[in-house]
Write a protein that binds this ligand. Sequence first.
Ligand code: AMP
Length: 399
Amino acid sequence: MLDLPTMDDIELRHKTVLVRVDLNVPVMRGKVTDDTRIIRFVPTIRDIIKVNGKAVLLSHFGRPKGKVDEKFSLKIVVDSVEKALHKDVIFISTDWNDVSEAKKIIDDAPLGSIIIIENTRFHSGEEKNDIELAKRMASLGEIYINDAFSASHRAHASTEQLAHLLPAFVGRAMQKELRALSSGLDKPAHPVIAIIGGAKISTKIDLIENLLKKVDGLVIGGGMANTFLYAMGIGIGNSLCEKDLSETAIRIMDKSESEHCAIILPVDANVAWKFEANAKNRFYGLDAMDPNGMILDIGPASIERIKGAIDEAKTIVWNGPLGAFEYEPFDAGTVEIAKYVAKRTVEGKLVSIAGGGDTVSALAHAGVVDDFTYVSTAGGAFLEWMEGKTLPALLALKK
Ligand code: AMP
């Protein structure tokens, strides 16, 4: 992991600090439904205002396609940010074409103010990493802090370009996230086991290839395991499968041998005939699968095997559910393994790192998010980290 400058490396007293946060939070009927991302950047903002700095929060929200669109106004998060920080927030509207009015409001705000400025994606220059837009942003502050790991896989004006224009640092949430991720794959305690699930192998080929080089065991579950089973000549009935990727699956299995990485595939499954909650279901050994059935979850023998692997591990990295966890009872495998990883973590036997949108939902469903060592709310950025890529917004912070 990169060695990046942190807030400990800069004097923030009385400074106006632009903080790139991730306010792209889930919203329903005008209300924020999950404030995890907001709670996480609170320490950064507190560290700025406690020395009478002004914190100016920058973020994207949704996909307004480079135009002002009130549906995507960041006004919607103001209440939640005020609640999280126990402090009033000043909100500034702008189309980002002319920021002179915004600058005046920031200059006139008392020291220690918290200011949210409108959606950076209200201007098309944001996603184009446009230097002119980044210069306008830079004119609003003296220091730049990136505290949005989840947005750092994108080279946008507020994540990448801006970091070149002001003294730039990582925030407290980002610092914690990078430390946790580093303990997962960069400098982990071995043996390391990766648990990879989800629907398809096609979206995770680069990720698996990178993991093979780094981990000692790779547990593959979910729909993507079916492609491996099919490639091995095992009957999978009507299960989700990317048959055209059989050769890729074989190549991955061959490579796992040369990399000394054990691949652990399901040996049994919970099978249904309809893809819906509470569909009629039955456990099958994978040597005797019903040709009309669909594998929707791992079975009890697979669960025991995976638990055995977890018993050996000192580090677990997890992305992707092991079954169709949104539909009961096909959540059972994911929930049981999640609880087992959580238990071993709480007992101090394991460092456990998980991330990705569906993975966070699955762990929340199992009620174990707080028992893992670290759960990243990042989707794309977490996957790119697992693929071994250096995220562009982080590279921009490197001195
Ligand atoms: P991903 O976005 O690739 O991580 O995939 C997550 C999705 O995979 C979830 O919506 C799960 O319902 C789905 N999934 C997991 N296992 C299976 C399976 N055996 N068959 C079909 N879908 C699955």
